[in-house]
Structure formats: C-alpha cells, structure tokens
Design a protein around this ligand. Structure first.
Ligand code: UGA
Length: 455
C-alpha cells in the first residue's frame, strides 16, 4: 500500500480568484502611462485598462511594444493574454516614445531595480526612466502624478527620482508597491489584499485612489487602501517580502530539526498554522525560496540596514538558512548514493511551478553541489529549460522527467510541478531508485528509497 502524499492545507498556496472578466462599460476618465512592460508593468497596464482606464504602456524594447499592440502579452502569465487581446488598440496601447507620458494624468514607474554586486539596489534603470519622463513632462502645465511601483529603498523616490521628474514643478510623487506573485499576477492585481499609497501630497494620493477605485469596488473582500508617507510605502514592501522569506526560513529551520527527530514538518506546520497568529500559508518547508524578489529584496534591506549601522540578524539568518537548504538536500542523497560518476536527475529548474523564471532558483546550487561531487547531472523542467541552459550550460537537459530518470542512480526534486506527482513507472527505469524530494511533491512509495527534506 502506497502512503498518500500528504499535501496539507498549509502547503497549498492558493491563487486568488482569476477575474476573467473583460469589462464592457464606458472608459473611466483617467489616462495612465505605465513605464516598463515587464511582469508588474504589463499586468498593471492590462488590468487597469480592463478596469476602464485608458492606458499607454511605454517600453524601450520594440518587440514588447509590438506584442502588446498586436494583442499579445509579452510575458507568460495566466489570464494576461486575454486581457491584452481584449483591450489592445482600444483602451490599451504601447509605444517606445516617452513623449506619450505627457498626454496622461498619472504615470506608474515599473522599471527593473536589480541588485548591484554588493547587494545594494541598482537604480540606474529607473533613474534613466525618470529622466525621460521628466523630459516628456517639461513645460506641461497641468499637474501630474508619478508613482514608483518598482521596489526602491525608502528615501530613493524623494532623493533620486523626484528631482529627475521635475518634482518641484507640478509633479506629485508617490510610492505604490506591488504585491503580486508570478504565476498569479492577474488575480493578485485585480483582487489585492491591500493597496498601499505612499505620497508626498493629498493630490497624489487622491489620484492613485481614483486610479484603483474600480479595482477596489470590484474585489471581494474589498481591499484596504492605506495611505502613508513616501518612504513608508516602500518600507512596507520590503518588510512584506522579508517577513514572508523569514517565515519560509523559520519553517525550514524547524523542518531540519523535525527531520533529525523523525517528525513530519508538514504535520507540524498544519498544526501551528491553525494558530491565526501564525497563519497557515508560507509554511511549506523544503529546498528554500528563489525568484527575482525575495533574495534581491533581502539583500537590499540588509545592505540598507548596515548603511544605517544596524546589524539585521534575523534577515541574515533568513538568507543563511535558505542558502543551506540545497546542501541539506544533497546530504540526504549522500546517505544513499555516492554521486561521484553517477547519473543524477534534477527534477525542476524554475524557482517555483507555473513559471519559466529561473532567477535565484534553488536548482543552481543543487546542480553545483552535484557537480562538486563529480556527478553527471541530467535536468528536466517542463518550461524553464531554455532559461536554465543559459545559466548552467554544462549539464544534460532531458525532454521529459521520464527521460531524466531513465538510468539515473538517484534523483532530487527542486520544483513542485504537479506533473512530478504523477510520475510512477518512470521510477522503475532508474538504475537506483533513490529520490530526495525538496518540495514534497512525490509520494513515498514501495520500490523507491524516498527521503523528504523535512519529513
Ligand atoms: C513574491 C511575493 O510573494 C509577492 O507578494 C511579491 O509581490 C513578489 O515576491 C515581488 O516582490 O515581486 P514571487 O517571487 O512571485 O512573489 O513568488 P512566491 O510565490 O512568493 O514564492 C517565492 C519563493 O518562495 C519560491 O521559490 C517558492 O517555492 C518559495 N516558497 C514559498 C517556499 O519555499 N515555501 C512556501 O511556503 C512558499
């Protein structure tokens, strides 16, 4: 008898209800420009057009602009294609020309703010965008609100963005952090838990409330709109991500202890999650967090803390614990296999399921650790192989999980793609059926040596 995989409620990370509505009604009165058509910018543009506004998306990449104008989302995100297709050429247009900003009332800056090598935030891209917006607005008489949606440290908006926009001359500044997740971006944007507006004037805050009014009215439960200062708006974003990342590292710490004592960390998580001071979500222990946000934002906050002469011990520990999990996964493999000269399958390359994004994926330290042990690595991911190949070119990539497992002397699971839960006969084709699961997606079963990372 095979034990059922116990994926507890606390393990499920539900998507918000995806609003597949396309509003028919008349356009609302706002003209909005969104600078940067990446994940956040394109989602905001399509959803705000859907909410009734006239939106122009501005991006320096002509292929991104062409895609939007052709009615196609330039990124893969469930529900986004439909919204872009429904509104392109009508309430949603795209251009490479920053001059379009001048014809709008509100601008959202959604440009990338990557990490500099020392962990600081590299604001050069958003600063250049602000320069271009400032130029486009020069000479414009009507007041204009510019909200920074990108994640920048408190203080950056007033000190480095505002002056470039001509903040002294009728430009009202705001910070408006975004909390959407990759893979559920449209649902998260259209049904947010809260909308945070940090503003330097009532005018800016009022304009943003007006911008979000149709979303607030349509969402159930109604999101809370919080008004605060410019720097607090951004600190809320960093605190939010730091807290969630900290929650994952704390459950991973507990999980590692559970494993040592033969306790199932998921049972523990289910029980403690019922205490609503703790909450059930973000308690999935395993190989740790990756992605474009948690690692980057933690680095930025730790860097900012040190710049202010403060040692952020909890944040440091969050990163340290996260960095340790891939090696713990491999230590469990070492218990059953000497990876030297063995073919070892890595299942999953994306930083989480539902995306082809491999930024800071835990797969890379796992692959490196296997290579250090002299293993012959074969990896598989349903969608992220092309992106992973660019980061880790020196390994074999298989076309299916079954092909990766065939003849392998061991396997490690890094991403919780649903299809891995359905693997069955594929394990029979392994040379040595040892599976170390970093995401609790494979069932413990007869015929394979199964190790869960924290269970
Ligand atoms: C995260 C936040 O959840 C969003 O609110 C935020 O807007 C976004 O960063 C951002 O700053 O842009 P995202 O990186 O898309 O969103 O992904 P998450 O779903 O939060 O997952 C992040 C990582 O944590 C993944 O590697 C995931 O596997 C891991 N994770 C998540 C766990 O290991 N355990 C959990 O219980 C939950």
């Amino acid at each position: 008898m095979r034990a059922r995989r116990r994926r507890t409620d606390s393990a499920a990370e539900p998507a918000r209800e995806l609003k597949r509505f396309v509003r028919a009604g008349p356009a609302r009165d706002m003209d909005v420009s969104i600078v940067g058509a990446g994940y956040v910018g394109t989602t905001a543009a399509a959803c705000l057009a859907d909410a009734g506004h006239r939106v122009v998306a501005i991006d320096t990449d002509a292929s991104v602009v062409d895609a939007i104008n052709d009615g196609e989302a330039p990124i893969h995100e469930p529900g986004l294609d439909e919204l872009v297709a429904a509104h392109a050429g009508d309430r949603l247009t795209a251009t490479t020309a920053y001059a379009a900003v001048a014809g709008t009332d509100v601008t959202l800056l959604a440009l990338p703010t990557p990490s500099a090598p020392d962990g600081a935030v590299d604001t050069s891209i958003i600063e250049a965008g602000a320069d271009a917006v400032g130029e486009a607005l020069a000479g414009r008489e009507a007041p204009h609100t510019v909200a920074v949606k990108s994640t920048v440290l408190p203080g950056v908006t007033a000190a480095r963005i505002g002056p470039r926009l001509g903040a002294a001359e009728g430009v009202h500044l705001a910070t408006n952090p975004e909390f959407l997740r990759e893979g559920t971006a449209v649902g998260d944007f259209t049904a947010p838990t809260r909308i945070v507006i940090g503003a330097d004037s009532d005018r800016a805050a009022d304009r943003l409330e007006e911008l979000y009014a149709p979303i607030v009215e349509a969402a159930t439960p109604e999101p809370t709109v919080l008004r605060t200062t410019l720097p607090a708006g951004m600190m809320i974003k960093y605190a939010n991500n730091a807290f969630l990342a900290g929650k994952i590292s704390l459950i991973n710490d507990i999980g590692n202890i559970c494993k040592a004592y033969g306790v199932d960390a998921y049972e523990v998580a289910e029980a403690i999650g019922l205490d609503d001071r703790i909450g059930r979500r973000f308690l999935r222990s395993g190989v740790g967090f990756g992605g474009s946000c948690f690692p980057k934002d933690l680095d930025a906050l730790r860097h900012a803390a040190r710049a202010a002469d403060y040692e952020p011990t909890m944040l440091d520990a969050t990163v340290e614990t996260n960095d340790r999990q891939p090696e713990r996964l491999l230590e469990l493999l070492d218990r059953h296999v000497d990876p030297a000269g063995e073919r070892i399958a890595v299942l999953g390359l994306a930083f989480k399921p539902g995306t082809d994004d491999v930024r800071h994926s835990r797969a890379f330290p796992v692959i490196e650790g296997l290579q250090d042990r002299g293993a012959e690595v074969v990896a598989y991911d349903p969608v992220a192989t092309a992106n992973a190949r660019a980061v880790a070119p020196g390994i074999e990539y298989a076309d299916s999980a079954a092909a990766a497992l065939s003849g392998a002397g061991g396997a490690v699971v890094v991403t919780d793609w649903d299809e891995f839960a359905a693997l069955d006969a594929a394990f029979d084709a392994m040379a040595r059926p040892v599976v170390v699961d970093g995401r609790r997606i494979i069932e413990r079963r007869e015929g394979i040596t199964y190790e869960g990372l924290t269970w």
